[in-house]
Design a protein around this ligand. Structure first.
Ligand code: PEP
Ligand code: MG
Length: 911
């Protein structure tokens, strides 16, 4: 079969469709879908897509095209001509076309576009006659010269301007500014037809002078120049750096879309705009967009004129006095609104659309899945389930863990913010709060970030060249541009805090200053942004975590709950933590580290008593100290059990080596000796004997419980008595006693004996027949895995301590990583931080073996994880796959773990 390089669309038909994104690029596939799908049949200007395979061929064959391409392009062009009733290059009735890029995944602004191709000295008079609008024609021509000379004749030809002021485009812009100045014009629209005609002459002369070539006057030459420029721009600097950030493979290539030009700048009955089928900033189910009367596409995005809102809903502070499309052109707005509904129903997702109105006729130029921030993603997913547009499983897959994280991102402490007067107000383009030092160029942003500084990139407006600097910044602030400007689009995609169109500030690049009213801020000064409201503050305001109370987040998490199979618990050491985690929907506590109760509490007494116990010389002394400590431990455990009433709480017996509890500073040691009524020498000697040179190992955890059984006994008694007392009050405490750092069955049996003995005593004391509890162990030492079947004879549950397990598994610690990792990565020994996730070979394999062996020893063994990885999405998916019962993570990771668990379940169902 003959290879097909060109796919036509238009006139209610299309060769391609939405499923062909790999071949036609996202834009081409969607144009075909809009034009040709029976449920849509939208008014798309006719055109054709040259496939990504041609791009591949072009790069593999020294920038040559495959045989037959030229013929196919010609044929398709003829079809476009027939549908438009115009001819490309015809002096009397000329067709103009656009040439645009379109990769599989959208890369906004990263590649080239050329408009108005087909304008030549021959076609200009014809078009003037046809339109009766010489101003429009010369304006289109001067745009063509500017774009084409820059993109095709300079960039694609590989001509490197001396500096960023001497590129051809800049030179032409200066000519235009000069003409405007001479005539005392303030805006481009003041230029008359004659001015523009003259300007085109000046432009062509300049092009010849600078680039030593005539501006091409042959339409076909222009077309092929444009096609080549698009293919070449796939490997342009901007595109390559964007691909690196977004992890888009180089070999995908771009398609080229050639399409009949539609003009939004043909007078007051023409317009152009961009819109989202829902609000991409917060997800509300409201049509949202901007438009400009008498303008061409890029005018809306470039931020040169302030676009007007398409409807009342889209109004905001900066555009509230402009007339909406709904008011200005009600019939066309209604038509557009109809298309909006059709598109949403068809694609079942928010769409980002571009449209143009030419002399009262509406055309759809583009549609693609709309980028949205985290809050919007969650809102849209929840709404679309309610609207029965998507299933709950689809909803879960529509939100990424990092988008969810945005909701949990810091915001400015509301109590401080309410009392702080904003310096300026702009458009809220990316949510959350951020503070940083002001920086004015993308290059400096990257540099400062490398030095470990927090920066906010402040620009008049951003363009694709700024991407790396934008990435490096905590937040982005632009003085110009709307909600669909480059900065807004990019920030939204990344979920970065961003404010655009902040007209209240004036930037003086040369002095590196921002002027806001009377105030002058300089490079390096701190500012704080509220990207959710669009407010800019001077200085560094305090931040806090947000959205715990968000109702929609709650609904979304309930959807996740209904799908996921893994339980999600939290690590919590205090009743306050437990309460917070419960709000997030934690289904229990997977790790309550008892030792933490000795720190950070109102009273120093428990810590003092613990130290007293530690330095006791005899068992009697130690028992006495433990008796004094007992009520504190019981109270703490009881409060947490009570908070989590009805939910399991895994309480771990004392874990760290005891020397960690004794102060290191001589002053404090002296004071402690005094308080304990022992000599400093005695105290030092004792602490020294407890010291572990490798605190990850040795005399800690279960081993302390074996050498000092009375320590375990006190804790177990506190746990069981707390439970007994709560049970007597009609509560449902579910304590799980967990023994840490175990590597042998005998260790576990030893602690089990203590537990049984204490259990009996507590039953008796409380006249109870039963207290519900379970007994289990942490699996964090590799050896434990290999004896897991035996451990499971005693342990009713395992909880993987991957913090220790990863370190012991690799044989180096997290601190080591910081020290030698860069060298390791450089030498290609490890690709990245090995502690990030457990889903790779190695630690994951050890975990799997432990689960298999453990369940051989006890069929209904409950298995969970309580290391940091319990809140890391890839690790959570791994835990799901290997059949764990639950993951446990810090309170703020609970929603993320729930989402990751639900996604793992959906993926499993799909495979
Ligand atoms: C672990 O080792 O994973 C664990 C949870 O224990 P800790 O972090 O307290 O050592
Ligand atoms: Mg541990």
């Amino acid at each position: 079969m003959k290879a097909k390089y060109v796919y036509f669309f238009g006139g209610g038909k299309a060769d391609g469709n939405e499923s062909m994104k790999n071949l036609l690029g996202g834009k081409g596939a969607n144009l075909a879908e809009m034009a040709g799908h029976k449920d849509l049949l939208l008014p798309v200007p006719p055109g054709f897509t040259i496939t990504t395979e041609v791009c591949d061929y072009y790069y593999k064959n020294s920038k040559a095209y495959p045989k037959g391409l030229e013929e196919e392009v010609k044929e398709s062009l003829q079809k476009v001509e027939a549908l438009m009733g115009k001819k490309f290059g015809d002096p009397n009735n000329p067709l103009l076309i656009s040439v645009r890029s379109g990769a599989r995944r959208s890369m906004p602004g990263m590649m080239e576009t050329i408009l108005n191709i087909g304008l030549t000295t021959k076609t200009i008079p014809g078009l003037i006659k046809l339109t009766g609008n010489p101003r429009f024609v010369y304006d289109a021509y001067r745009r063509l010269i500017m774009m084409y000379s820059d993109v095709v004749m300079e960039k694609t030809a590989g001509i490197e301007p001396k500096d960023d002021q001497s590129g051809i485009r800049k030179q032409l812009e200066r000519i235009m500014d000069k003409v405007k100045k001479e005539k005392n014009y303030s805006s481009d629209t003041d230029l008359t037809a004659d001015d523009l005609k003259k300007l085109c002459g000046l432009f062509k002369a300049k092009v010849k002078e600078v680039l030593k070539k005539d501006f091409p006057d042959d339409p076909m030459q222009q077309l092929w120049g444009g096609i080549g420029a698009v293919f070449a721009s796939w490997n342009g600097k901007r595109a390559v750096s964007y691909r690196r950030i977004e992890k888009i493979p180089d070999e995908w290539g771009t398609a080229v879309n050639v399409q009949a030009m539609i003009f939004g700048n043909m007078g007051s009955d023409s317009a152009t705009g961009v819109a989202f089928t829902r609000n991409p900033g917060n997800g509300e189910n409201q049509f949202y967009g901007e438009y400009l009367i008498n303008a061409q596409g890029e005018d809306v995005v470039a931020g040169i004129r302030t676009p007007a809102p398409i409807n009342e809903y889209s109004k905001s502070g900066h555009n509230k006095n402009l007339v909406s499309l709904e008011k200005a052109m009600p019939k066309l707005y209604k038509e557009l609104f109809d298309y909006r509904n059709k598109l949403e129903k068809h694609y079942r997702d928010i769409q980002d659309i571009e449209f143009t109105i030419e002399k009262g006729r509406l055309f759809m130029l583009q549609c693609r899945v709309g980028k949205r921030n985290g809050p919007a993603a969650v809102h849209i997913a929840v709404d679309m389930v309610k609207e029965k547009l998507i299933t709950r499983e689809e909803a879960v897959m529509r939100v990424t863990p990092s988008q969810l994280e945005e909701l949990l991102h810091p915001i400015i402490d509301p109590e401080v913010e309410i009392d702080t007067k904003p310096l300026a107000k702009g458009l809220p383009a990316g949510p959350g709060g951020a503070s940083g030092q002001i920086i004015f160029t993308a290059k400096d942003a990257v540099e400062w970030k490398k030095q470990g500084k927090k920066i906010i990139l402040v620009r008049e407006e951003t363009n694709p060249e700024d991407v790396e600097g934008m990435r490096a910044a905590e937040a982005i602030l632009t003085a110009r541009g709307g909600m669909t400007s480059h900065a807004a689009l990019v920030a939204r995609g990344w979920g970065k805090c961003c404010i655009v169109g902040c007209g209240d500030i004036r930037i003086e690049y040369s002095k590196k200053e921002i002027h806001a009213g009377e105030k002058i801020l300089k490079e390096g000064d701190w500012i704080t942004l509220n990207g959710t409201k669009g407010l800019v503050y001077e200085g560094k305001l305090p931040m806090m975590d947000s959205q715990e109370e968000n109702k929609i987040l709650g609904e979304f998490l309930r959807i996740c709950d209904s799908i996921k199979k893994l339980g999600v618990r939290t690590n919590a050491d205090t009743p306050e933590d437990a309460r917070r985690a419960k709000k997030f929907g934690a289904e229990g506590i997977g790790l309550f580290r008892t030792e933490h109760m000795f720190y950070g509490k109102g009273s120093d007494e428990p810590l003092f008593l613990l130290r007293k116990m530690i330095v006791s010389k005899t068992q009697r002394e130690r028992k006495k100290a433990l008796d004094e400590l007992f009520p504190f431990v019981k109270k703490d455990v009881k409060a947490t059990l009570e908070t989590m009433d009805g939910l399991p709480v895994t309480i771990r017996l004392l874990d760290p080596p005891l020397h960690e509890f004794v102060p290191k500073e001589p002053e404090k040691l002296k004071q402690l000796a005094k308080e304990l009524k022992i000599t400093l020498e005695d105290l030092s000697k004792h602490t020294e004997s407890l010291k572990e040179s490798n605190p990850m190992m040795g005399h800690r955890g279960v081993r302390l419980g074996i050498t000092y059984p009375e320590v375990s006994e006190m804790q177990i008694r506190a746990i069981l008595e707390a439970a007994a007392e709560l049970a007597k009050q009609g509560k449902k405490p579910l304590p799980e006693i967990m023994v840490p750092v175990v590597c042998d069955l005998k260790e576990l049996e030893n602690q089990m004996e203590i537990t049984k003995k204490v259990y009996k005593e507590v039953l008796q004391k409380n006249s109870l027949k039963e207290i519900k509890y379970t007994f289990g162990t942490m699996i964090e030492i590799p050896r434990a895995v290999f004896v897991a079947d035996r451990l499971a004879q005693v342990a009713e549950f395992f909880s993987y301590g991957t913090n220790d397990m990863t370190q012991m598994g690799f044989g180096f610690s997290r601190d080591d990583v910081g020290a030698f990792m860069p060298d390791y990565i450089n030498k290609g020994i490890l690709p990245d931080d090995p502690f990030q996730t457990i889903d790779k070979d190695g630690i994951g394999e050890i975990i799997k073996i432990g689960i298999e062996r453990g369940r051989k020893g006890r069929k209904d063994l409950k298995v969970g994880i309580c290391g940091e990885h319990g809140g890391e999405p890839r690790s959570v998916e791994f835990c799901h796959k290997v059949g764990m019962d639950y993951v446990s993570c810090s309170p703020f990771r609970v929603p993320i773990a729930k989402l990751a668990a639900a996604q793992a379940a959906v993926k499993e169902g799909q495979s």
